[in-house]
Design a binder for this molecule. Structure first.
Ligand code: HEC
Length: 148
């Protein structure tokens, strides 16, 4: 094989890898969000007073939120704007800095809450804002409503 053939084959395989990875990115970021959903479900009963307060479960949910932010923002390559039933708004790619800031705010709020929440009273005063001002606000700004 001549050198330029080798180069061509190599660059084609790189393109193929990126194409597979971007489709996978949509599924992966939805999995990360499903994990946020499951963590939130684990504390919802406590917030509504339907389940007994359990500090370790609350701390686990807040740790999951923080861990998820790290991976989440790596899953928005340029060619993952459509497909796979994504509900990500095109605005994410138009203002990536703004989107990254929303993700950082979520991480910081979850971290602050993990320090502030020490008992049921602090849980009930802190946790609703973490959910409302992050899950709710980010979805409002950076998700397509029709797809939800
Ligand atoms: C920084 C922004 C941001 C924050 C904060 C955020 N989300 Fe999301 N969420 C998104 C985006 C963007 C999508 C759309 C992903 C896609 O379909 O490609 C999404 C999708 C979802 C989905 C649907 C996943 C699927 O299967 O399609 C669930 C459930 C979800 N989020 C739950 C949560 C919960 C619960 C929280 C808070 C604990 C949260 N999210 C916080 C941006 C965010």
């Amino acid at each position: 094989m001549k050198l330029h053939h080798v180069v061509l084959v190599l660059s084609l395989s790189v393109v193929a890898t990126i194409a597979v990875a971007s489709t996978a990115a949509i599924g992966e970021r939805q999995q990360v969000m499903k994990s946020n959903g499951a963590a939130t479900k684990s504390i919802m009963g406590m917030l509504k007073g339907e389940a007994p307060f359990d500090l370790p479960t609350v701390q686990k949910a807040l740790a999951t939120y923080q861990e998820n932010t790290t991976k989440f923002v790596t899953l928005f390559p340029e060619d993952s704007k459509t497909g796979e039933k994504t509900s990500a708004s095109p605005k994410i790619w138009e203002d990536m800095a703004g989107f990254l800031a929303a993700n950082e705010k979520f991480k910081a709020d979850a971290k602050a809450a993990s320090i502030a929440i020490v008992d049921e009273a602090s849980f009930k005063s802190t946790m609703p804002n973490v959910v409302k001002n992050n899950c709710g606000s980010c979805h409002e700004a950076w998700r397509i409503k029709d797809a939800q």
